[in-house]
Design a protein around this ligand. Sequence first.
Ligand code: AMP
Ligand code: ZN
Length: 114
Amino acid sequence: MEDCIFCKIIKKEIPSDIVYEDEEIIAFKDIHPLAPIHILVVPKRHISSLAEMTEEDEKIIGKIYTKINKIADMQGVKEKGYRVIVNCGKDGGQEVMHLHFHLLAGTKLGQKIV
Ligand code: AMP
Ligand code: ZN
């Protein structure tokens, strides 16, 4: 089966603006930013959505939150604050079927989440 778009980004087959990378995680700027800072934090292992995660994935998902804090610090927003969003499935608004965490920051975000 053909790789999904984020797997292609992970394999550097398509370009992205990478802000953090290690052996398990990649973080790059969202191509259509909804805030001054809008970064997608993605496990390199293809997990299609949050609904598909298993106990095996608990470690990597915990690590992702630690790295989100590190990236927020690198971006200079750790003190001011930020928002982390995971869209899951059709009604959750998920468009790319490879688990990813939206890190939004750089402005006072709206109070509503829907
Ligand atoms: P979601 O709706 O939660 O699946 O979010 C998918 C996100 O991926 C959207 O915010 C898109 O703007 C973003 N996106 C899609 N293609 C790319 C790409 N090639 N590089 C960076 N971000 C992308
Ligand atoms: Zn993928």
